[in-house]
Design a binder for this molecule. Structure first.
Ligand SMILES: [Zn+2]
Length: 288
């Protein structure tokens, strides 16, 4: 609670004490919730050839370094983790790991970052991932104790069978969610019921891919992309990775996302693009 709210609430109570007929309306002084958004490093992905990130061959032969970012939102009504990055276990190998064109590494573990701000994974109430690819589910099991797991209904159906069978999701990284009760969403979802944090359905990259709109009183509105876009060129030229589950849905999701960004005057954060990640306060500082 902010000092200002405390003072106003105190004054309201004092007035009520002076006038016994006055009604105390705690909501009368309600302001935007004091949310903190922590941006956390969840690994690094060096890609020697990003050809697969355009179904039109636009990136053939190019290389990029993707950041892997995760976010902790501290809302007065609970903590929410958004995405779970690459697995912390990779940090045990300082040289990282090579898998085809991908070289993945975790210079700093997610757990150590949570420790740094005194947050135990078991204390986090809400957990959601943009989608179930390996670079977003790495530490998912760490949050299996979260009372509220929010997942797109279509993603839920896909992530436990078809995706692992096709080798595009690491079932073991989220196996503890297999029989866990879930809030399976079929429309955009207002997490705290006050409009401050909204999960936005943006299918196409995977069947139930999600983006996140966060409204921060001081910073302004942010739209976290998930993997709707991997880099600015993907957004500018509407590039569709060859491994997306639906090009048509991807384009429709891009339209929806861009219209929302405009309507909400939101700053887009492409989660794999280091410059966007770096535009947010460097951990352990937070956006508010
Ligand atoms: Zn990704």
């Amino acid at each position: 609670m902010s000092l200002k709210i405390t003072i106003i609430a105190g004054a309201t109570l004092l007035l009520a004490a002076c006038n016994p007929t006055a009604e105390v309306k705690p909501n009368a002084t309600k302001t935007a919730p004091a949310i903190k958004l922590y941006t956390m490093s969840c690994g690094k992905i060096d890609i020697s050839n990003i050809a697969a990130f355009s179904n039109k061959g636009a990136f053939d032969g190019q290389s990029r370094v993707f950041s892997s970012s995760c976010y902790l939102i501290r809302h007065p009504d609970g903590d929410m983790m958004w995405d779970a990055g690459l697995p912390d276990a990779l940090a045990q190998n300082p040289d990282g790991m090579q898998n085809g064109v991908f070289h993945v590494s975790v210079p700093k573990t997610l757990k150590s970052q949570l420790d740094e701000i005194g947050v135990a994974p078991d204390d986090i109430e809400y957990f959601a991932m943009s989608h179930s690819h390996f670079d977003h589910t790495g530490n998912a099991n760490m949050f299996a104790g979260a009372p509220k797991w929010i997942v797109d209904a279509n993603e839920h159906a896909w992530m436990f069978e078809e995706a692992p069978a096709a080798g595009i999701a690491q079932l073991d990284s989220f196996i503890q969610f297999k029989d866990k009760p879930a809030i399976k969403i079929t429309s955009d979802h207002d997490v705290f019921g006050d409009g401050s944090v909204t999960i936005i359905q943006t299918p196409g990259h995977t069947p139930g891919h999600l983006a996140l709109l966060v409204k921060l009183p001081k910073t302004g509105n942010l739209l976290l992309s998930g993997d709707l876009y991997h880099m600015p060129e993907s957004r500018e030229f509407r590039r569709i990775p060859v491994f997306n589950t639906s090009p048509e849905q991807t384009l429709a999701s891009m339209d929806k996302f861009e219209a929302l960004a405009k309507a909400e005057n939101a700053r887009v954060i492409i989660q794999h693009f280091q410059q966007d990640v770096d535009s947010l306060p460097a951990f352990p500082a937070y956006a508010e």
